[in-house]
Design a protein around this ligand. Sequence first.
Ligand code: ZN
Length: 256
Amino acid sequence: MNPTLRVTVWGEFRHEKKNPKVAALYPRGMHETIADFLRPHSDFTVRTAWLDQPEHGLTDAVLASTDVLIWWGHQAHDDVHNDVVAKIKTRVLEGMGLIVLHSAHYSKIFKTLLGTTCSLKWREATDKERLWNINPAHPITQGIGEYFEIPAEEMYGEPFGIPEPEQLIFISWFTGGEVFRSGATWQRGNGRIFYFRPGHETYPTYHHPQVQLVITNAVRWARATVCIPDHCPNAPALEPLPPDPEAAARSTIGHV
Ligand code: ZN
């Protein structure tokens, strides 16, 4: 594998152009803010891509040279082309890591990889969020401590329509009394997936140092360690086989 960890940060980049409040928090886009705190790490090579670029900025060459893809989307999930989603899925199954942020719980790529509704409860009312670190030995929580707080965030509440997480990392509590599985991992094929809840666009969440640390740790955890293309070969036997009288007939039919 490439010695540097190649990260692509993908952002929808629509709210920032329409909502002055979002633009004030993220003048060059949320994806660029995320890229900015990752770039100082010498083991990372970071680039960005967004929805309104050709192929959403995710050409075959970009995907082939991405070890970890970070995804933020919200209002335009349906604008993401299905063929691009299919290519991302293929790359995850090959080994690419995927970090899914906040409202991307409803992104096509997350829903197709998890296979469930991914629905949840929500409320935009400036709750305080307290994220409990319930997996302190996990690489994603290193340096985080027992919990951390985000002073103002959108609430997401259970039930969250996800498959049982393979590793549960964080549980959030909100001022309104709800709880939520706000950090969870799964493996699909050879790729690692991390969902991380915080990041509503009207709050400065991606400037929060501990949110930045979680995402940075998650990039290292999710990095691709292999790239194994999918194939389904007709395999010759490794040892001599007894005579098979039906083999000739079967070879004329082809693969069964
Ligand atoms: Zn939101």
